[in-house]
Design a protein around this ligand. Structure first.
Ligand code: ADP
Ligand code: ZN
Ligand code: ZN
Length: 666
């Protein structure tokens, strides 16, 4: 198997007796491929080949110092390749470290030695285990008692101590089976550094490896090999870690299982959550899916008892209660600098009491668009059907879709008016307004722009934890996982836009996001003389049921209602979807391809909708269109795709296309 777009395996020969080792399936092998030498994986060894002997090339070297991968791992890759309609080599090999694929033997041997030396004696004794509360204890018991495939939904409100459940379930498993491996998946490791340090602090004698896309090549090889050779007992990683080779995997934990970043959005567009569940079933091991706002897919499984539901209804820290969530009607309380008077009063109170506040606005930049009052000009991107965002500190207009950057025009390009106005408000503008309103406050903005350089995000969060910040303003980056002990106020600035999105998942996501960011408040329990924790939402639609459910902290009802709606409308998780996307210089080329694709084959039991331009049609001078396929039966959809894909590959078109199974952004 090679990492090529060609969907096949390749034959090579190996002279018997030439070297000490004989090839076995699962080994990595260096082979010539065209003009290059590439690393492949042996999937089968045979005495014969369909190729004539003179055409067979010789394999160059076997990496026999690396253990062969297990059959189960190849089966996992094969399943993913078939399910997502991609070549096997493209699924299995890109995750394998480059140094193992290219010929850097010295580096490889050094890494192997380092792993073997460093972790010969591991000690799974956990350090500093707090006593669990009753609900946590029940959850840990349930996980510990599961000795076979057992999917469990750990449904716990923010701050209910889900992490503690993961850690103690891990501790029990390791006490029972010291060489077991545990995979813990998190949405974004850089945003949850606390979890990593908690895991390491809890198991100081264990080899804990991390796997995520931010690792340098050398670190990645160490982690990958440590996992693959079974040294790493706990592997903490982002979605790509679901494809790690883990020969003794015995428990999988997915934190924040609803998080959209578990879905890969390019190339192999897999869902790490779905693959993890498949993997657990394949290996017959338990899997825990944790969330305060589970995905509707998992919610439905819990309702139908396919997943067992474990609940944590209360916050774990004694005296910590969920914050009071209230709405501010922006039609009545008109905002100044984006802040209503109610929110300003709440901020002032926190400043007086030396407590921290968090303002959440999911829009970075200074203003989403620059505008000319006299002729109506707007800062459209030259290459996309989108506005260029004003970034004032960086002195530029920037397109968030194609990264085009332009200097801020001094005057309107159409009429020459020099008084161009920012329209709307991003985090930079709110930060500026805060500095005017609260000159004495220490204000920090955390978003993708303020944390571009490596390490800056971590440094920013650390300074919040050290209490050096009074008001934190940020995008979704600040919503995740952080346990800010002195934070008693969360203000949500402008969530309304997502209420009326064309994407049927928007309200599910918005709810999850608001619940998560609200959950940053009041985690430490109210101090003597301190403020009760509050969440204020500024909205123009205070009657909206989503906000009602949020105020009541009632995800149960919200999720049940959404599921009913989805069922009535025939939407996932009640139907299965696939999305064919096409892009070309001319929209018509893309649409023509999709039209031809739709007519390429009979499709009983599959609904193929009309091809349509994507909502944001043009990105980087390319027009994009899509074709949505639906079926009430997953096997039927899979069978159809298997027959359809070869026909698509054979079609002649100038459009570039890709298929996504179980798409999340439509
Ligand atoms: P979640 O992941 O559910 O949002 P965390 O795992 O971050 O919640 O826990 C929230 C807080 O509760 C943390 O500060 C944690 O140390 C604390 N905590 C968890 N379990 C307990 C317990 N049994 N007793 C006391 N504090 C706990
Ligand atoms: Zn103008
Ligand atoms: Zn653009």
């Amino acid at each position: 198997m090679l990492d090529t777009p060609i969907d096949q395996v390749f034959d090579y020969c190996w002279e018997v007796g030439e070297a000490a080792s004989e090839p076995v399936p699962g080994q990595f092998v260096l082979v010539p491929f065209g003009p290059r030498e590439v690393m492949g994986l042996i999937v089968a060894v045979s005495d014969t080949s369909d190729l004539p002997t003179e055409k067979l090339k010789s394999a160059l070297a076997i990496r026999d110092q690396v253990h062969p991968v297990a059959d189960a791992w190849i089966a996992l890759c094969r399943f993913a390749a078939e399910y997502y309609q991609r070549p096997l080599g493209e699924v299995a090999l890109p995750g394998v470290p480059k140094n193992l694929r290219t010929a850097k033997l010295v580096a490889l041997n050094r890494a192997l030695k380092k792993i073997a030396d460093g972790f010969s004696n591991q000690d799974a004794t956990p350090f500093g285990m707090p006593a669990l509360n009753r609900a946590q204890e029940d959850a840990v018991e349930a996980i510990d008692a599961a000795r076979a495939y057992a999917p469990m939904l750990l449904y716990g409100v923010t701050g209910s101590g889900k992490t503690e459940v993961y850690l103690q379930a891990a501790a029990r498993l390791l006490a029972r089976t010291p060489d077991a491996q545990i995979l813990i998946l998190v949405p974004e490791i850089n945003l949850t550094p606390q979890l990593e340090s908690n895991v390491r602090a809890r198991f100081p004698g264990l080899h804990v490896a991390t796997l995520h896309s931010g690792l340098a090549e050398g670190e990645r090889m160490l982690s990958w090999l440590a996992a693959h050779h079974g040294h790493a007992r706990i592997v903490l990683g982002t979605r790509l870690a679901v494809l790690a080779s883990l020969p003794r995997l015995a428990l999988i934990i997915i934190d924040e299982e609803h998080d959209p970043s578990y879905k890969q959005q390019e190339g192999l567009r897999y869902s790490a959550r779905d693959l993890a569940v498949w993997r657990a079933r394949q290996l017959d091991i338990p899997i825990v899916l944790g969330s305060a706002t589970p995905s509707l897919e998992s919610w439905l499984h819990a309702q139908s008892r396919r997943y067992r539901r474990l609940e944590l209804r209360e916050r774990a820290v004694p005296d910590a209660v969920l914050p009071t969530v209230r709405l501010i009607n922006m039609e009545r309380d008109r905002p100044i600098e984006g802040l209503t008077s109610t929110l300003m009063t709440a901020l002032r109170l926190r400043l007086e009491r030396r407590e921290q506040s968090l303002l959440f606005l999911n829009r970075r930049g200074y203003a989403p668009v620059l505008h000319c009052d006299s002729c109506g000009w707007l800062s459209n991107c030259l290459r996309c059907s989108a506005f260029m965002v004003l970034h004032r500190p960086e002195h530029c207009l920037r397109c968030h879709h194609c990264s085009l950057e332009l200097r801020i025009p001094r005057a309107c390009p159409t009429c020459g008016n020099v008084d161009l106005q920012p329209m709307g408000r991003g985090t930079q503008r709110v930060e500026e307004g805060l500095q005017r309103l609260f000159p004495e406050a220490r204000i920090l903005r955390i978003d993708a722009d303020s944390t571009r350089r490596k390490g800056t995000a971590q440094a920013a969060f650390d300074s919040v934890h050290r209490g050096e910040v009074d008001i934190l303003i940020g995008t979704q980056m600040v919503a995740k996982g952080h346990d800010f002990k002195n934070l008693t106020l969360v203000g949500i600035l402008n969530p309304d836009t997502a209420l009326f999105s064309h994407d049927y998942r928007a309200s599910e996501r918005l709810f999850a996001q608001l619940m998560q960011v609200s959950g940053r408040a009041g985690r430490a329990g109210q101090k003597e003389g301190g403020s009760a924790s509050e969440v204020w939402i500024q909205t123009r639609y205070p009657q909206h049921p989503l906000y009602g459910a949020l105020m009541a902290h009632d995800y149960d009802r919200f999720a049940d209602d959404l599921l009913t709606e989805r069922q009535q409308a025939g939407l996932p998780p009640f139907v299965y979807q696939a999305l064919l996307r096409a892009e070309a210089r001319e929209l018509q080329t893309a649409l023509d391809f999709l039209q031809a694709a739709a007519g390429a084959i009979d499709h009983p039991g599959i609904t193929i909708n009309d091809p349509i331009p994507m909502t944001m049609t043009r990105v980087a001078n390319v027009d994009r269109a899509q074709l949505l396929l639906e079926s009430p039966s997953r096997p039927a959809l899979q069978a159809f795709l298997r027959g359809w894909m070869p026909l698509l590959r054979a079609m002649r078109t100038r459009a570039r296309w890709s298929l996504e199974v179980d798409p999340v952004d439509i």
